[in-house]
Design a protein around this ligand. Structure first.
Ligand code: 5MM
Length: 354
């Protein structure tokens, strides 16, 4: 008799969903901003954050013509998954009708980690089984939970890495129990003056711990996706701006090859504060690497897809079509990068910083 519980056999559906989410040329659009984040994003363009303005922005994004050509799935926020668009359809119905898989962010944000000054742990496990049942009934087929790790001279501590990996694995096991694909997001932040090599070291440390916990908690990797940071120097590092995209791609993949099992179908990078052009060029470089990788290399971008759209919209109904054209173009370029066919020269003339 085995001494530990066997790994549950995946149902066909979540495994197929995980693969569909990283179909060639496609990736995820993250519009799961919590209320405080959304308030900041809207304030930047002079728009008050209300239920109506948040829905107006999200409807603009989700009804962009042709979005499904490059976007396989959308990560929604709790408020959005329950909202009806002007057509009368619930947001998940609208997405499913367009052939886009609805997903849901289920973490409840970060709180200070007791005993680890300056570090955060993600909360939201209490009641998660019941919330998953409700989200599944609302049409969600995948989920996301984000852990945040900060680098400085002494951080992250082993306690922070371990606590966040444990929570990610408990979330992933509950997602699979409910039949949803867990997107596992351990984000090592770009904030700070650290080098590219320090980011590589910390990202590897974090991913090792995450995959050890996922194994301990019987998570079926074939029905998961990983949403990591790219390996980059900190925003205040003297290296920033000096490292070529192919070096970022090579270091990122070297870390992932050391830490992420081949049974994971796809890696969907977060943009993490990179400009849309940087995030696209680096995804392109990742997909141009000569050696074949065991997993698909795709995207799950929030700011890198949305920032220029917000600038084009500015809360004005008259700007909706122009803003949708910006998203369609950003999605087309990111989809091209997903295939390693991005041409930087085809960027709009005056790119907007993320
Ligand atoms: C879209 O932003 C997401 C929600 O963040 P908060 O919970 O802090 O409001 C965030 O989790 C996002 O999905 C990832 O960080 C990736 O987004 P970026 O902008 O880094 O590509």
């Amino acid at each position: 008799m085995p001494t530990t519980a066997p790994t549950a056999a995946p149902t066909a559906a979540p495994t197929a969903t995980a693969r569909a989410l990283v179909a060639p040329g496609k990736g995820l659009l993250a519009i799961d901003e919590s209320q405080p984040t959304m308030t900041k994003r809207l304030a930047r363009i002079g728009v008050e954050s209300t239920g109506a303005t948040r829905l107006a922005l999200r409807e603009l994004l989700l009804t962009t013509p042709g979005l499904e050509e490059h976007v396989s799935g959308v990560i929604l926020y709790d408020e959005t998954i329950r909202q009806r668009t002007s057509s009368g359809a619930l947001v998940p119905e609208l997405l499913a009708g367009a052939g886009i898989v609805p997903g849901i962010k289920v973490d409840r944000g970060t709180v200070p980690l007791a005993g680890s000054p300056g570090e955060l742990v993600t909360q939201g496990l209490d009641g998660l089984r019941e919330r998953f049942a409700e989200y599944a009934a609302l049409g969600a087929r995948f989920a996301k939970w984000r852990a945040v790790l900060r680098i400085d001279a002494t951080l992250p501590t082993p306690a922070c890495v371990s606590a966040n990996a444990h929570a990610l694995a408990r979330y992933a096991a509950l997602a699979q129990e409910a039949g949803l694909v867990p997107v596992v997001e351990p984000e090592v932040l770009m904030d700070g003056a650290h080098s590219l090599e320090r980011c590589a070291e910390v990202t590897a440390q974090v991913l090792r711990e995450v995959y050890a916990e996922l194994a301990r908690q019987h998570v079926t990797l074939e029905a998961t996706l990983l949403k990591p940071n790219m390996v980059l120097p900190g925003t205040l590092s003297p290296e920033t701006g000096t490292i070529e995209d192919h070096v970022v791609a090579e270091r990122t993949v070297a870390v992932l090859r050391d830490t992420v099992p081949a049974s994971v179908p796809g890696i969907v990078f977060l943009s993490g504060g990179q400009s849309p052009q940087e995030a696209t060029a680096r995804l392109d470089a990742l997909n141009r690497l000569p050696a074949p990788q065991p997993w698909q290399l795709s995207f799950s971008y929030g700011r890198a897809l949305q920032a220029p759209v917000l600038d084009a919209w500015r809360g004005e109904p008259a700007n909706v079509a122009a803003a949708q054209a910006v998203l369609a173009e950003r999605a087309r370029l990111t989809g091209a990068a997903r295939r390693g066919r991005y041409d930087r020269a085809s960027e709009p003339a005056a790119p907007v910083a993320g």
